[in-house]
Design a binder for this molecule. Sequence first.
Ligand code: DAH
Length: 461
Amino acid sequence: MLIRRSTICCARALRLSTHHHPIPMAVPSPLSTHLKPFSSFCHLFPCDHDFKLFPHFLSSSCFASPLSSLSSPKPNRRSKSPVAAALLEIGGVKIAKDDVVRESDPTNNVPDNIFSKIGLQLHRRDNHPIGILKNAIYDYFDSNYASKFVKFDDLCPIVSVQQNFDEVLVPADHVSRSYNDTYYVNADTVLRCHTSAHQAELLREGHSHFLVTGDVYRRDSIDSTHYPVFHQMEGVRVFSPDEWKDSGTDATSYVAMDLKKCLEGLARHLFGAVEMRWVDTYFPFTNPSFELEIYFQENWMEVLGCGVTEQDILTRNGRKGSVAWAFGLGLERLAMVLFDIPDIRLFWSTDQRFTSQFSEGKLGVKFKPFSKFPPCYKDISFWISDSFTENNLCEVVRGVAGDLVEEVKLIDNFTNKKGMTSQCYRIAYRSTERSLTDEEINQLQWNVRETVQSKLYVTLR
Ligand code: DAH
C-alpha cells in the first residue's frame, strides 16, 4: 500500500490520514485483461474443516448484492472448462472462479494467480508455520482469558466495500480504496485487505471477545517480504462500564492500558524476553492508536497495530456505552522472524523439503534452507504513461513469472526535456526450489516485455 510501507510486509498498515489522495472510485483498473499462467484449482487445498462456524453471518453478508448469484452456480457459462466448473467453499459460501475473475468487467482486477490462492487457508494447517503461529497465539488467549475469545478462521475473504472500508471508518478518499491497492471483484465487492473487515459485523452479532484470522489481499510491489496474499489476525475485546468504573481512570485510559498489557504478554509468549516499545500512530478505526515494536536482531521491528476502538464503530453496531480495544497483526511478518524464513514465497511452497520442516505445536523451529540458487537479474526500461503504476507492473510480472519472481526494483527514473519519464526496473528471477535455465529466464523476460507493452501502455526502450 502506498499509505506507508513498513519494512517487512504483512502488517502493511491501513493508516495515515495525511496520505489521502482523491481517488475516483469508478475508475476501472488499467489491467482490464488478465494473464492466465496457472490452472486455478489444481493446487486447492480441500477445506476439511467445519464450514459452518458462523453460517448466518456468512450467508447474509459475505457477498454484497451484486454477487448474490454466487451461491447458485451458472452452469451455462462454465460448461466448457473443467477448471471453471470447480467450486470453492469457504465458510459455507460457494465461490466459482468466474464470479471472482472477470476479464471483461472493467470494475474487476482480480487475476488468476490471486484467485488460485483463495481457499488455500494456510492459517488452518496445523503443520504450517502460519497455522503453528496462529495456534500459539490462540494458546496465549485461551490461557490468559479462560478461553473467552471466540475464534473465527473461516470467514469468507470476499467482502463488501462497506465491510472492508466503510464500517471501519476508512475515509472515502483514502488511498487504500484505490484499484491500484485493492483487488476489486466489482465496484461493491473486494478481496478483504485486512481482517478488520469483520469487526463491525461480529460486534453486531453480539461478540465481545473475538479473534479473526484469515488471508488478506493487497496489490503491492514485489520483494522477499511482500506478497499479494498474506495472513492477519484481528483481536477485539469489548468492555462494559462496570469493568472500568472502579479503576480510578477514564474508560479510554483503562482500556488502552489493558490493551498494552495484553499485547506485551503476547509478544513475550512468542518471542521470550524481548525489548519492546510503543509508538503512537494513526488508524481510521482506533483512537488513540499504537504500534508495538520489538527489538530484534539489532533493529526495531513493528509487529502489530492496535488501539482503542472509535466510539462510532461501537455505537453503530449496537454497543453504545461500551469501550473496546482492537489489534491487527501480520502473521507472515512474525513467522519469518520466529522460524527464520528468508523469503515470503516459501510459505506457499508445497516442496516437501519446506513442508516437512514444520510440525504442529513447534513454534520457532529454525528453517534450514535446502537450496540457494543465485538470482538472475533482467532489466526493463520504458517511457511511462500517466496511468502507469508500479503495482500494475508487479501484477503483470507476477502474472507472467508467478513465484519465480523474487523482486522488482526501480533502479532508474528520469524525465527528459519534453516531460517524458523513463523508468528502469530490475527484475530478480529466482526459484526457491530449483535452478532456472537461461532459456527459461529469457523466455519469461520476453513474455514480461510483451505483456508490459500491451497492457500497461508504456513504450519500451
Ligand atoms: N487493519 C490494520 C492493517 O491492516 C491493522 C490494525 C490496526 C487492526 C489497528 C486493528 C487495529 O484492529 O486496531 O494495517
